[in-house]
Design a protein around this ligand. Structure first.
Ligand code: ATP
Length: 370
């Protein structure tokens, strides 16, 4: 039995063909997922995609309709929640209000009769930098500090797997950013496996080594934050992680390593090795920050795509960058992020412009709409 076997380091988690059906609705659909030991793994997706249900299945709070869950190589599919080497930190962490911070953290250890509970609790508080608050009551701490107490209370058990369900959701933006970095540092220090559920793409990208994007109970794409951003495979992933301009077209042929794609806005090139399909219908994606905006017609040159002329229909200034919306016949509204530099050109609404980008920056997505 796994009771009380709390680890010195993280364990891997494996979901095999996990399905969870509720009456009239399949929340998790034949999910295959491996979370490597010691990694910080994020499940990212919109509301209702099944991420919380997945977490609850791992914790044992839901029973799968079918499939197998193993933690550290041991099948826990039929294991009771409290017998799994797992702890969960929820958004609405409940600290005991009448106990000191230290007693809150030591509580679980004492109940399980683990030796030296106070020493271990102090170590956990040190890890979340709350040494000085050990004797205070939770209510006298800020929201971020209370969340760190909840984290210390989970970490002190040394669960092989720590589940985080939108743990920063209740914090204001600034605190949330700070806690994102702190959580990542703590995870690296303790070496436990973290499985983090969030609908916030920035949060997932900032913290996780690997992100799995969920949509409709399935994983749409999985990879490092950079890979997902640079090479999304579907329009859903491309738009869930930042903004993308999408151009529908047909592959007409190849030109060395490039696919030549005919679109209603003209012919463009995309690297074949950055495209999901190399023939038939494709959707070419391009990030707004990869586009350059020009007020005179560029001369065609190898390695560069040109769209236009189009017309600027909206300009919004946001400090470091300016976002232009450009109406390009055949392409619709194209979004451009231009870095602001001192004395740089400001282009007014109504101006005729062309958009260019290095062919290497585009990516080819699955043609069917997500
Ligand atoms: P959110 O971020 O809003 O919590 P989520 O991605 O975590 O969304 P889940 O909570 O996993 O999504 O829910 C996935 C789907 O399963 C939703 O359509 C939800 O309504 C449904 N669902 C979840 N739990 C139950 C339940 N106990 N009974 C019936 N349907 C449920």
């Amino acid at each position: 039995a796994m009771t009380g076997t709390f680890a010195e380091s993280g364990a891997d988690l494996r979901l095999e063909q996990i399905t969870k059906s509720f009456p009239g609705h399949t929340a998790v659909d034949a999910l295959d997922l491996t979370v490597p030991a010691g990694s910080f793994f994020a499940l990212l997706g919109p509301s209702g995609c099944g991420k919380t249900t997945t977490l609850r299945l791992v914790a044992g709070l839901e029973e799968p309709t079918s499939g197998t869950i193993t933690i550290g190589g041991e099948d826990v599919t039929d294991t009771k929640p409290y017998q799994r080497p797992v702890n969960t930190v929820f958004q609405n962490y409940a600290l005991f209000p009448h106990m000191s911070v230290l007693d809150n953290v030591a509580f679980g250890l004492k109940r399980r009769r683990i030796p030296d509970p106070m020493t271990k609790a102090r170590e956990a508080l040190h890890l979340v930098e709350l040494d000085a608050s050990a004797d205070k009551r939770p209510a006298s701490l800020s929201g971020g500090m209370q969340q760190r107490v909840a984290l210390a209370r989970a970490i002190v058990n040394r669960p092989a797997l720590l589940l985080l369900d939108e743990p920063l959701g209740a914090l204001d933006l600034k605190l949330r950013h700070q806690m994102q970095l702190e959580l990542k540092t703590i995870q690296a220090e303790v070496g436990l496996t973290f499985l983090h559920v969030t609908h916030d793409q920035e949060e997932a990208m900032t913290m996780a080594d690997t992100v799995a994007v969920m949509n409709g109970g399935r994983i749409e794409q999985m990879g490092s934050p950079q890979d997902l951003y640079e090479l999304p495979r579907t329009a859903f992933v491309a738009n869930f992680l930042g903004q993308s301009n999408l151009l529908e077209g047909e592959v007409r042929g190849t030109d060395g390593p490039l696919l030549v794609v005919a679109t209603p806005a003209g012919t463009i090139a995309v690297p074949a090795d950055r495209a999901v399909a190399t023939s038939g219908s494709v959707v070419v994606g391009i990030r707004p920050e990869k586009l350059k905006i020009r007020t005179s017609e560029p001369t065609p040159e190898a390695g560069r795509n040109i769209l236009g002329p189009g017309r600027v229909v909206d300009v919004s200034f946001s400090g470091v960058s300016t976002q232009y919306l450009v109406d390009v016949p055949g392409a619709g509204r194209v979004s451009v992020f231009a870095q602001n530099s001192k004395g740089g050109p400001r282009i007014a609404t109504g101006t005729e412009v062309w958009l260019t980008w290095g062919v290497d920056h585009g990516f080819g997505l699955e043609a069917h709409p997500a």
